[in-house]
Design a protein around this ligand. Structure first.
Ligand SMILES: [Cu+2]
Length: 274
């Protein structure tokens, strides 16, 4: 009788392949922005939609005025030039100024409030119970990812280190500190509406909160060399219980593989307080 071993091995290989394939983020469907799965992404979308609405409105009004003039006057209409009166010009300029200024100031203030209160408020994100801290070191051409030990220390014996693979729990803020060892890269999460450069010699922060479990794309948004396109990672948002289980297993693996003499493996840094 044939040994079941090769079959079992083939099944295991097929299962491993299937898992890999399933780990690819689903392609975006339809038109418009990528699906927003973050807590604060709607703030960015609102500004984009407002800008779109404003430009489309202006486009339609200008086009409408031109079309009206063409249709109303036709070819035979002789050209008539007018420079308006002081009053009419004043009213026109004032109206345009008030509308443009009002729109600009509104957008500017909203942007400042969103940045200071949410997107750049790393201290507040870190204070939330259960907040996750991660270090990401960008290099040509991959993202090296490091989680702290159970005590919250980086470069410890049970740091979990992954490559192009960031896993986070849903429903809590995530704060990532970014570094680069060679050129400028940019850590971009389209589904979370956040992006930040990783600059050699600097530690930059980025924060977001995932709303629903799933797999999403990590991209590099700075052209960083011939293999720039390979800097595609996967950000997996897990249910909190699944995340806890994964982290525990990964920590146990990390402890088993720890080599205190391998200094290159300890590229992490002491967490910077904002
Ligand atoms: Cu890059």
């Amino acid at each position: 009788m044939r040994s079941p071993r090769p079959l079992a091995a083939a099944a295991a290989a097929a299962a491993a392949l299937a898992t890999r394939a399933a780990a690819a983020p689903a392609p975006e469907r339809g038109y418009g922005l990528p699906r927003d799965v973050s807590l604060d992404g709607a703030r960015v979308d609102e500004l984009l939609h407002f800008t779109l609405l404003a430009t489309v409105t202006i486009f339609v009004v200008v086009l409408g005025a031109m079309a009206f003039s063409f249709l109303r006057h036709g070819r035979a209409h002789p050209a008539r030039y007018t420079h308006g009166s002081r009053r009419s010009v004043g009213v026109l300029v004032a109206t345009v100024a008030v509308i443009a200024f009002g729109v600009d100031v509104t957008m500017f203030v909203r942007t400042l409030l969103d940045l200071n209160g949410h997107f750049w408020n790393f201290a507040r994100a870190e204070e939330q119970p259960g907040a996750v801290r991660i270090e990401v070191n960008a290099h040509q051409w991959a993202w090296a990812v490091r989680y702290p030990s159970a005590q919250g220390e980086f470069n410890s014996a049970d740091d979990v280190v992954t490559l192009n693979d960031v896993r986070v729990p849903a429903g809590v803020p995530v704060v990532i500190q970014l570094a680069s060892t060679d050129v400028i890269h940019s850590f971009y999460l389209p589904n979370f509406r956040v992006k930040r450069d990783a600059v050699p010699g600097m530690i930059n922060s980025i924060t977001f909160q995932g709303r629903e479990p799933g797999e999403y794309e990590i991209a590099c948004a700075q052209h960083c060399g011939p293999n720039h396109y390979k800097m595609r990672g996967i950000l997996t948002v897990l249910a909190p219980e699944d995340y806890r289980r994964w982290l525990e297993t990964a920590r146990a693996d990390a402890r088993r593989g720890y080599d205190a003499t391998d200094s290159e493996a300890h590229w992490g840094w002491a967490w910077r307080k904002e």
